[in-house]
Structures are given as C-alpha cells and as structure tokens.
Design a protein around this ligand. Sequence first.
Ligand code: SF4
Length: 356
Amino acid sequence: MQTIPDKNSPDQIRNDALFLGKIPSSPHIEESISVPLLEIRDLTIHFIVHRRVTGPNVVVHAADKVSLFVKRGETLGLVGESGSGKTTVGRGALRLIEPTSGEVFLNGQNILKVHTRKLRDMRRKMQMVFQDPADSLNPRFTCRQTLVDALSHACYGSQDILRKALDLLESVGLNPSDLDKYPHQFSGGQQQRIAIARALAFTPELLILDEPTASLDVSVKTQVTQLLRELQKKFNLSFILISHDLSNVKYMTNRVAVMYLGQIIEIGNTSDIFSKPMHPYTRVLIDSVPVPDPDQKRKRASLIGEIPSATEPPAGCRFHTRCPIRFEICDQKEPHLAKLANGHMVACHLVNSSSE
Ligand code: SF4
C-alpha cells in the first residue's frame, strides 16, 4: 500500500522549503525542523578555459545552481555520467575549488564566507576520500608518517598521537605491524583503508567519497564498502557518495541526486529513485544496472549520442539532444525541479505538466 507523505512533517517542510528557496520563518516551524549537516544552495562553478581578446571567453559550466542537503548520519549518492559535475560539486563544497556563486552551509555556517583559519577548522569536519589511494598517499611516507602528519594537523598532542594512530589503524582493520610500511607494500584495498584512516584523524562529520571503490577488485570493493558502513554507524558520519556504480549506490545510500551536465535533474529517496525513476535520463541509468539473473531479460532504453560539451550546454532542457521523448518546448524552456511526493524532485516538462 502506498503511504501518503505527511506534508506537514518537519522533513517534508524542510525539503519543500529548501528546494523552493523559501526557508520557513515561523519560529514554530524553525524549532520543529532539523538543520541539515550540509546544505548547498544554488552552487555554480564555471571555469574560464580560454580567454578571448575579442568576444566572450570560453567557459565550462561545471555546475549550475546545484541545491542539495545532507542530514546527519545519512548517505547521499551523487550519480551521473563522467562530465556531469559530480566531483566538481564535491570539491566545491569543500572549497577545494572556489565556486563562482552560491552558498555552502556546514552546521549552519557558510563555508564560502569564512577566512583561512575558520576555513581550516571547517574543512576538518568535511574530509574527502579519493578514487585512487595510490595517488592520494605520499609514496615516501610510511603509514605511521601519514597518520602522524594528519593527527598533528588535527591538533593532537605528541603523547596522544601514537595511541590515536593505533586506534585509527584498528578502526580500519589494519594491524600495528603495518605502521612502518610504505604505500607500495600494501594492496589497493589496504591503501584505501589508510586513506580512510587519515580522513578519520580529523574526527570529521561528513566524508565525501569520490568513487572510493572504483579502482578495487570486486571482493576488496565489498570489504571496503562494508568497512565504510561500519565506520558510519560507529562515528555517526554522513557521506556523500560520488559513484558510477549504481548497485553500490543502491546498497549504500538513503537518498540519490542524479546530475546531468552540471545540473541536478532528479533527487529523492533511494527506494523511489530505483523503483520509479521519473526523469528519462535516470531511467536509462537505472536500466543499465546489471541484473544478477541470466534468465531475467530486461528491455534496455538507450541514449542517443554523447553528453554535449559543458562549454556550450544546450538551450532549454540540457538533456533534450539525447532525450527519446522530447517534445516542442524541450529545446526552448528550461524545466525547473518540481516536487512530487516524499521529497522526490524532477526537472522534466513531461513530469512537471502532469504534476501541476
Ligand atoms: Fe526529455 Fe523534455 Fe523531459 Fe528534457 S524536459 S527530459 S527533453 S521530455
């Protein structure tokens, strides 16, 4: 039986308000809603890739007006093809890339408005784990040096550092005997465990996981995924999981945001996104997830052509050049994210007109 969402529930009010850009002002409502850990509003990141003496510069529209939030203890999946802007949004949230405009609130404080010292403090609360641990670890640092370096930046006193380093090693399933090994003496999975331990040294509240298992074998991938889930529970962490691996996203996340060419085109609870995807692009992505049953035949939808260049995003709906069901207004008018039930939002004229 389908549950009818309570439109007066705190989460529903919060979701609606965030995405409509109307933060409710009633003190009663303000008290009753929980402030998300991370809230991104209208984040826009453009890169000038070619400055012209005459005429307009060539600009990559890496992210355009991206709005999302992450609650405490939850995992938000960020999915889409390469070039859709997922990693850019993750880096923009940490201010590793300076956004062109927008706002990023961590615990209610705008990270884009703070200066060096405060920025450093806020970044400790948000750590990033990168795709390839071999690239992110210093090859000349032993595991001990990597962790001690992180812990000293996290302001631990020298007498606590070794004990804390050993605790971290234990948390990620490594042994004290691993302390004096160099990265090349570890497997890919163990290297990723060290990268996770380094991130945990700062006692973060949010981890931005950028394809954390993409470079690992299937069995190791499962172990690292399991480890992340255990650590999330143990330390009450929130995750943003940036991934191409939709099976893993389905397993790991509470909510999913789908990006296409720098914009969020659908966002909602993981179960809704996977069971009733509304945007044609999301449907194709979901259809491409392998089914582990050789007898189960699936009718696969496919996309026309390649993702367009982010230097010249198509007018109207950015997906119209590849959409199998586009119609007249799709190349003229940009669809806005319209809300359906349960915090589910979709940017498509077909869905918008049927929900109005
Ligand atoms: Fe397709 Fe039009 Fe919907 Fe865009 S707005 S996804 S082109 S139907």
